[in-house]
Every structure is written in structure tokens, then in C-alpha cells.
Design a protein. Sequence first.
Length: 151
Amino acid sequence: MAVAAAKRPGAAAAAQAMVAAHRSDDASELFGVTELCQAFAITPRAIRFYEDKGLLSPRRVNGARVYTRRDRARLALILRAKAIGSSLAEIKHYLDLYGVHGEGRTQQLRFVLSRTDAAIAELERKRAHIDATLAELRLINSTVRRQLGAP
């Protein structure tokens, strides 16, 4: 993640801001379902799904679900983890490691390190396979072109 963040200006700062927001449980800034849906381009059904899986726990105000900055940051983490191929079980495990006041942050970081090491190794294996397949296809393509007398 650090390499990717280094390639995109401001990505490291954005990641740090997300972590800082995740630590905060500031009730002065609350969000409704519609606001979260618009902010993350997801549906209310997706948010309810994450709630059903225990990944989000909104508060109720006059019967309406409201979300804190911490909930918003958790949703951002959920969506980011999903985008890189994490399962919901892995995401839940990661979020649960954090604890109530961040006491599990070191365990979270170790989990992320292990998960990203494995994902990088798997993607590198896939890339090597793709590169080998491309080389084979290029060889076949060039051989056929020569046999046909095409450029």
C-alpha cells in the first residue's frame, strides 16, 4: 500500500485522514443513509447488508439510522478492502481487531501486513503466468504472420 500511496500525490495524507477519522467517534457530525450512499456511490441495500454482517452499527435517532464519522470511516475501509479482494470475513476480522479505543491497532497492522504479503505474492505469480502466456502468443502470432507473408 505504501508504494501505491507514494505513486499518487496526496494518497498517503488521505489514508492518514481516514485512519484518524476511524479513531474518532465524534457524534457532532452525523450522516444519514442517503449521504453515505452519495458519498460512496453505493445503495442503501449495500449499507444494510454491511449492517446485517456486523460491519456497521448505526445509532438510531427518532427511529432513523444515523452514522458517526467513525462509521463513515469504517464504510470507507470496508469498500477499500473489498476493492482489493478481501472477503467479508477478513474485513470483519480486521475491523474487530481494532477494539473499542484502538487498542488492537498493532494486531490490525500485522494482519494487513500478512494479508498484503500474500496478495502481492499471488498477483506476482499471476503476472508471471500472464507474461509467459503473452510471450507464447506473440511467438505463435509472429510465426503465423511469417508463414502468411504478412507484415
